[in-house]
Design a protein around this ligand. Structure first.
Ligand SMILES: [Zn+2]
Length: 140
């Protein structure tokens, strides 16, 4: 299989795969190749231009931006769900989580910040908690 950059009479550029060069020439000569943008012909070979490469990377960036957007939306939803169902204990998270674990504070859902040392300690004490990616408020 070989890929060629092609262009139609009105200048649309596109790419297509062929069995080999001869197959491409044959299809072009027979007028079987049409432009995917305007459906027209005749179609001829175009040089593999940087234009094609940049169009492709733009497409990729767009896909990534869409994914990013979806991820953000999911994180905002997650944050809202946590906020509405849990108590914000801020930086006292580790202390509060430990108290709940040892029954010194009422069992409830809490959320807040913890340092990496605190997280290590909680893990060692087998206090149940989970880490979630948190989107800062100003970012939504
Ligand atoms: Zn065209």
């Amino acid at each position: 299989m070989i890929r060629f950059a092609l262009k139609c009479a009105c200048g649309h550029r596109f790419e297509s795969w062929f069995r080999d060069n001869a197959a491409c020439e044959e299809l072009m000569a027979a007028g079987h190749l049409t432009c995917p943008a305007c459906g027209g012909g005749p179609v001829s070979k175009a040089p593999m231009a940087p234009f094609v490469a940049s169009a492709r990377s733009a497409e990729r960036a767009e896909t990534e931006a869409k994914l990013d957007e979806r991820l953000r939306a999911a994180l905002i939803k997650l944050r809202d769900a946590v906020e509405s169902s849990s108590e914000n204990v801020g930086t006292a998270f580790a202390e509060e989580a430990r108290k709940i674990h040892y029954g010194e504070a009422p069992k409830r859902a809490i959320y807040g910040d913890a340092t990496s040392e605190e997280i290590e300690e909680l893990t060692e004490e087998e206090v149940e908690f989970s880490r979630i990616p948190w989107l800062p408020k100003g970012n939504s």
